[in-house]
Ligand binder design. Structure first.
Ligand code: RTP
Ligand code: MG
Length: 161
């Protein structure tokens, strides 16, 4: 898998609005607006519900953690929304906007972040974001198997200069 085409100049990331946020009627709209206000281009967006086995597969790297069952159940408990987002340094910008995984830590260190403002617990923390180029490519493919990253960058890059 090549990662060269996800340079910082124009980068894609995979963002998820988790079931706790989608369950609230105003949250998905507010977060959609937050994405646009922070200069992300929305490349793809879809609503979906995971089966338990999708959740298990996506979070396989955490299978020996104490929170794994809780996480897997939660992520397959209802609708969520997945985005492919584009901008310069997209992976870092989206993770900065989300704030730390742990909601109490987020409230202390990054009170304006999404998780600090809306997170309920360390599992029900409103959002997910890829944490590296490798995971962005894997996760984009997981959610949008027909999406071709290389082709998209090739075609769209001139419009982002
Ligand atoms: P994510 O992968 O969802 O973007 O979150 P992250 O990188 O900030 O956090 P990570 O350490 O990769 O954790 C993976 C998922 O596990 C949930 N989690 N629950 N104590 C808990 O209940 C707990 N700790 C972590 C997080 O919500 C995260 O989605
Ligand atoms: Mg992670």
């Amino acid at each position: 898998m090549t990662t060269g085409r996800l340079s910082k100049a124009l980068q894609l990331t995979l963002a998820v609005i988790k079931p706790d946020a989608i369950a609230h009627p105003l949250m998905s709209e507010a977060l959609h607006q937050t994405i646009l206000d922070n200069n992300f281009a929305i490349v793809r967006c879809k609503d979906l519900v995971w089966r338990k086995q999708d959740s298990e597969r996506f979070y396989a790297e955490h299978s020996d953690r104490f929170f794994y069952q809780r996480l897997v159940e939660f992520m397959s408990s209802g609708p969520m929304r997945a985005y492919i987002l584009a901008r310069e340094d997209a992976i870092r910008h989206w993770r900065d906007l989300m704030g730390p995984t742990k909601v109490f830590q987020a409230r202390y260190t990054s009170p304006a972040s999404i998780r600090a403002r809306f997170g309920l617990t360390d599992t029900r923390n409103t959002t997910h974001g890829s944490d590296s180029i490798e995971s962005a490519l894997r996760e984009i493919h997981f959610f949008f198997p027909d999406f071709n990253v290389e082709q998209w960058i090739e075609k769209e890059e001139p419009f982002f200069r």
